[in-house]
Design a protein around this ligand. Structure first.
Ligand code: RIB
Length: 301
């Protein structure tokens, strides 16, 4: 079965500099290579889901500047549906990213057009209602995230929220989330703790642990822990997006069953992404995910 995934979220042009060491506050360092790469957590997760095998629709906004065409084309090239991609006056979203030799990064986002995604139209709502999974992040206005989640809940579409960038979440959103995906920093901000604290807020939670893999817990008492593939990371930018996009696809394909299998596949997607530089440029296709998955977990019960 082909998974149907809708993403309501951001698209940014990533301005990426590699550097031996990330600067400290107030410090200037000389970097190395500069690249521009289509990114944004929403667009990355849409591309990740499409490359992982989903029929994926994206609802978002680009500006009226010279970056907009590149951002739109990048989604189309990955096979993502862009009927819901608006063009609004002003700049597109931009992310300033520095990546060091340990593959660590810092990211600063100027939302630009993403901040103008304040309404869902009838076609957006119909796409969400027809999807298996709605995938959300926090780089577009919170009111839009809540509206999309409400539309999904009313239609029986599973709501997966990646609470990134980290923020405290209002009850009106938490009440609509089926699966929350966070890293350790985001878990601390959202719930002041890890899995048990998250389960006080949402029925199912996934905690990503970088090179240590991922953990899962739900209110039915299921607890899972999955190791990550061992890889040489060159850039962890969008690794979380690769994980979340693949998790949404695995979840939809299995109808929410065999969560351990979906977690392993998502870990393979995240690890494969970290082996390549950039955001959307690094997101793996299904064959790449399968190969790393099979090499890592073959023989695992
Ligand atoms: O998750 C990585 C993404 O975060 C980057 O592509 C950047 O645009 C920011 O949204």
């Amino acid at each position: 079965m082909t998974a149907r995934v809708v993403v309501v979220g951001s698209t940014n042009l990533d301005l990426v500099v590699t550097t031996a060491q990330l600067p400290r506050p107030g410090e200037t360092v000389l970097g190395e290579r500069f690249r521009t790469v289509p990114g944004g957590k929403g667009a990355n997760q849409a591309v990740a889901a499409a490359r992982a095998g989903a029929a994926c629709e994206f609802v978002g906004a680009v500006g009226s500047d010279e970056f907009a065409g590149l951002l739109r084309e990048s989604l189309i090239a990955a096979g993502v549906g862009v009927r819901g991609l608006r063009t609004v006056p002003g700049p597109s979203g931009v992310a300033l990213i520095a990546v060091d030799r340990d593959a660590e990064n810092f990211i600063v986002v100027a939302p630009g057009a993403n901040a103008a995604l304040t309404e869902l139209d009838a076609d957006d709502r119909a796409a969400i209602a027809a999807a298996d999974v709605l995938l959300l992040q926090l780089e577009v206005p919170l009111s839009t995230v809540v509206a999309a989640a409400g539309c999904a809940r009313a239609a029986g579409t599973t709501v997966v929220l990646n609470a990134a960038p980290a923020a405290t979440l209002p009850d009106e959103l938490l009440d609509l989330v089926d699966v929350l995906v966070v890293n350790e920093h985001e878990a601390e901000v959202v719930a002041g703790g890890a899995l048990d604290a998250l389960l006080k807020l949402v029925p199912r939670a996934v905690l990503t642990l970088g090179a240590r893999g991922a953990a899962y817990a739900d209110r039915d008492g299921l607890r899972l822990s999955v190791p990550a593939p061992r890889i040489d990371a060159v850039d962890t930018t969008a690794a979380g997006d690769a994980f979340t996009g693949a998790l949404a696809v695995g979840w939809a394909e299995r109808g929410g069953a065999d969560i351990e299998a979906s977690l392993r596949w998502a870990c393979a997607a995240g690890a494969a992404c970290a082996q390549r530089p950039g955001a959307s440029s690094a997101l793996p296709d299904r064959a790449t995910i399968d190969a790393l998955h099979d090499a890592t977990y073959r023989g695992t019960p």
